[in-house]
Design a protein around this ligand. Structure first.
Ligand SMILES: Nc1nc2c(c(=O)[nH]1)N[C@H]1C(S)=C(S)[C@@H](COP(=O)(O)O)O[C@H]1N2
Ligand SMILES: [Mo]
Length: 199
């Protein structure tokens, strides 16, 4: 053909429309954990939603599995600049888990086994945007990636997708979580490159 100039194929992959600014594509699945991997037995596992009024809604492992499950295929974006496209998960939509929960809260603080926390607006957990997932690519979710179950909120940077999730605290006012307290952005939209406070 002779028309394509040398180097043209070397365009950075981040010019792909499917990648947010400053991100590169990875095929492997890096593990990013701020501490040791907590071991949670399925007999003791529970997921608890606590409202601002103190009401608690609990699901055991078998109760969670018995809920309608969905199989989202989503792109994920870590603030350390890797992105993975078309990842396949199985789990329960937060719309399902929060359907019966009466709340006036605008904010959620997500709690993990092991003590990790992360915050986000409650509306970002609703309308098909977030799942409690327990399978990855057709197998049980590996412990290092958050098994038995993790949160999946793919439209925000992946630190919002709490591994080993234990529950969600609904609140009237915003409260920063682990990385947000350490200087990460309160919201974390990868398309607006909200990596750190002030971005
Ligand atoms: N409980 C817990 N959840 C967590 C983290 C963590 O350290 N602890 N790290 C976060 C960060 S910074 C990222 S990028 C993703 C990494 O998930 P992965 O290890 O499955 O790639 O998990 C997020 N969820
Ligand atoms: Mo991250």
């Amino acid at each position: 053909m002779g028309i394509v100039s040398p180097g043209f194929q070397g365009r950075p992959r981040s010019s792909q429309p499917s990648l947010p600014p400053g991100q590169y594509l990875t095929e492997d699945f890096p593990v990013l954990s701020a501490g040791p991997t907590p071991r949670v037995s399925l007999d003791n596992w529970e997921f608890v939603v606590t409202t601002e009024a103190g009401a608690e809604h609990r699901w055991s492992w078998s109760e969670m599995l018995a809920l309608p499950n969905e199989t989202p295929t989503v792109d994920i974006h870590c603030v350390t600049r890797w992105s993975k496209l078309q990842t396949n998960w199985k789990g329960v939509s937060l719309d399902t888990l929060l359907a019966e929960v009466e709340t006036a809260a605008d904010y959620a603080l997500v709690h993990s086994y092991g003590g990790y926390t992360t915050n986000l607006p409650l509306e970002d957990l609703l309308d098909g945007q977030a799942w409690l997932v327990h399978q990855y690519e057709g197998g049980e979710l590996p412990a290092e990636h958050g098994g038995p179950a993790r949160l999946l909120v793919p439209h925000l940077y992946f630190w919002k997708s709490a591994k080993w999730v234990r529950g969600i605290q609904l609140m009237l006012t915003d409260e920063p979580g682990f990385w947000e307290t350490a200087g990460y952005h309160d919201y974390g939209d990868p398309w607006r490159e909200q990596r750190y406070q002030g971005d």
